[in-house]
Design a protein around this ligand. Structure first.
Ligand SMILES: [Fe+2]
Length: 341
């Protein structure tokens, strides 16, 4: 009897210990706001167009910079013009090591040297790397002066980054880095970028996943498949779809894959997606194709829309006041405030 009572008590204690955790788990946000800071097409003549990609993502109170574009001076100009303070970020995601995505790092690190930066882990990569001291073959018959580290290598060999002092956090496999925030890690097997590693950002929302891709070198098909394994409801994909030189058949196949196979609800393509691909995807998606040129601010909720268009469509009086004061003070958090409505 005593034993049975003790067992019951133990079971109850274990359950009670779990309950507060279950109760405390916050619901995922319903939306994210994406601002395109860097691209080679756009409507705003005050911004500088250049080949590359960078976007600010506001999600659940966090400010995330995804990629840094091609040129530090262009990133600085566009961020300043858009009133985006790159000194106030929770973290950065570098999708891959190509210059048109990481060229702006020099500006970012000049104003925000300690910001955590997630980057793909590559052997001897520009973001740094490490290997266990056991990785190379040993020959104990050699005299010590002919052996690496005199025959006693450190447990871990650390390799330098191109930006010493930066807080790189290297990601090797798909990882949930914070509640609702996933980094999808894949390796390209395509000719020209074989072995290139790339991270894509997947955000859980009440409407499904919001996916931000840099250049999709491993293939958007593989990225979307990995995203669908997190949540089969892919709500929106923004960024570079890497069909800039694709032929019409490949572009048509991409449209079918996204629209019919994965039933991705909305697209906001940019960067290396390609001009004929913009046309084709716009035809397939109609109103669910969101224009995402340089300077676009997209509110990705149940019914995604450009933030600027909301003024006419559905801002209430409080929203309009907040939006006007945000514009007057130049506080880009005003947009984040709006996103919470
Ligand atoms: Fe690119």
């Amino acid at each position: 009897m005593t034993i049975r009572f003790s067992l019951a008590l133990c079971a109850w204690s274990a359950l009670a210990a779990l309950l507060p955790i279950a109760r405390a788990a916050p619901p995922v946000p319903d939306e994210a706001v994406i601002t395109v800071i860097y691209d080679a097409f756009g409507q705003d003549a005050t911004l500088r167009k250049d080949w590359g990609y960078a976007a600010l993502i506001e999600y659940g109170g966090r400010r995330i910079l995804f990629d840094t574009g091609n040129d530090p001076a262009v990133l600085e100009h566009n961020a300043r013009t858009l009133k985006i303070d790159l000194g106030r970020l929770d973290f950065v995601v570098m999708s891959h090591r190509h210059g048109d995505h990481m060229g702006g790092l020099a500006h970012l690190l000049a104003i925000n040297p300690k910001v955590p930066i997630y980057a793909p882990k590559e052997g001897f990569g520009v973001y740094g790397a490490d290997l266990p001291g056991s990785f190379y073959r040993k020959d104990a018959t050699l005299p010590a002066e002919r052996r690496y580290y005199h025959g006693a290598p450190p447990a871990t060999l650390k390799f330098g980054a191109a930006w010493p002092g930066a807080d790189f956090r290297l990601i090797e496999e798909t990882t949930r880095i914070a509640p609702g925030i996933h980094l999808i890690a894949l390796v390209s097997d395509k000719a020209g970028t074989r072995e290139l590693r790339e991270l894509s950002l997947a955000l859980e929302t009440g409407n499904g996943l919001v996916l931000v891709v840099g250049c999709s070198h491993p293939g958007l098909d593989r990225i979307v498949a990995a995203a669908a394994a997190i949540d089969p409801r892919v709500h929106l994909i923004a960024g570079g779809f890497h069909h800039v030189t694709a032929d019409d058949a490949a572009i048509a196949a991409l449209g079918g894959l996204l629209h019919e196979q994965y039933r991705v609800a909305y697209l906001a393509p940019g960067h290396c997606t390609g001009e004929p691909t913009f046309s084709a995807l716009a035809r397939v998606y109609g109103e669910r194709y969101l224009y995402a040129g340089l300077g676009s601010r997209l509110r990705i909720g149940a019914d995604p829309a450009p933030l600027a268009a909301l003024g006419a469509r559905r801002l209430d009086a409080g929203d309009r006041l907040a939006y006007r004061s945000a514009l007057a003070t130049g506080d880009d958090h005003g947009h984040a405030h709006l996103a919470q409505h």
